[in-house]
Write a protein that binds this ligand. Structure first.
Ligand code: ZN
Length: 84
């Protein structure tokens, strides 16, 4: 029987659901996540891509830390001015 070798690739669309959590505080980040297909700059292939915004809980925590640090620095500056 005649035959030939050929390459056949079969693709099928599947929907994959997944969860996204902040690795630092455990906050659910599904509402901060979007998905898309994007071209990988190295392979030039279209690949599924996940875009995740920074965790709002951790951002607020860092904002508060920065505010407190700025407040403490300001108080130190005031003390230095008083000593002059
Ligand atoms: Zn977090």
């Amino acid at each position: 029987m005649p035959s030939f070798d050929t390459e056949v690739s079969i693709t099928e669309d599947v929907e994959i659901e997944f969860e996204v959590y902040c690795n630092k505080c455990g906050n659910g980040l599904c509402n901060e996540t979007s998905t898309a297909d994007a071209t990988n700059s190295y392979s030039n292939k279209r690949l599924p891509t996940v875009n995740v915004n920074p965790c709002p809980n951790c951002m607020n925590e860092k904002y508060d830390e920065g505010y407190e640090r700025g407040h403490e620095d300001c108080l130190k500056d005031i003390e230095k001015e008083k000593e002059k």
